[in-house]
Design a binder for this molecule. Sequence first.
Ligand SMILES: Nc1ncnc2c1ncn2[C@@H]1O[C@H](COP(=O)(O)OP(=O)(O)O)[C@@H](O)[C@H]1O
Ligand SMILES: [Mg+2]
Length: 265
Amino acid sequence: MTEDRARALVAAIGAPAATAPDASWSGRAGDYLKPVGTRFATFLAQVAGRPAIVKAEDYTVAELRPVRVHREWLGARLASRIGLAVPATRLAVHPVVGRLSVQDFVTGARRISAEELRRVATTPEGLRIMLFDVLIANHDRRPDNLLILGNAVLAIDFNVGFDFAEVPIGWSPTTLMQLWLGIDGMLAFRPDDRQRLDDEAARIEALLDENYLADTVAAIGEAFLPGSERALLLEGLLARRRTLRRWALDFWTQHIAPIHRLLET
Ligand SMILES: Nc1ncnc2c1ncn2[C@@H]1O[C@H](COP(=O)(O)OP(=O)(O)O)[C@@H](O)[C@H]1O
Ligand SMILES: [Mg+2]
């Protein structure tokens, strides 16, 4: 990105570059940002002397795709509001590398194991993650994107969510829920769990009320999310919020209740 464009962005956001690298930095972006992603421009960097996971919108290397970084911030913000553990995330503009999301690197966290994921899937927290991903149309909830720190499960990586114009046909709410639960998760449900699922969906609907969503989307700087896109994003989010409980209950009726009927006979 050109310096002029970078300066314009810094001015638009009205904030100083919050991501200045340390004094040893050579000035070349590649020395500052160490790639960690395999598909997206996700890097490890030192930010204010601490390690951070940095995603870039205006800078990339090799075949990594640039990230719409506002999605990373919005995902973390909304997930935290509904009580999920997420690393602190902010948006920033770097004078050389441009628009970034900057997330605290969680030292000591590790990738969730397949066994842990199976155990977590139908807990209240697991259902919350599942329903949140349905809400934001996030089709990238793989073990890579769940960290374990002590007893806590941290949800990371929201940058393919919120793309409501481009939700692939194969990623319906039903598919997302089936993928999250797997066969084991679907079989683990008991008839009483229908209420738990609905309670979680209702809780998300209440915490992410229309005003909260509107205010949070409005808080994203114009340089990260132009007005035209902003309206579409909010509209998509509000529409999915209105349907979330129905999707959850329909999923139960169509895919879980039949299993219970089968087991009764
Ligand atoms: N906040 C974090 N703390 C520790 N490790 C992280 C953090 N965020 C990401 N990682 C690690 O970096 C990898 C890539 O980050 P991720 O957010 O998943 O980006 P991508 O969109 O490139 O998949 C993750 O799979 C995880 O191993
Ligand atoms: Mg990832």
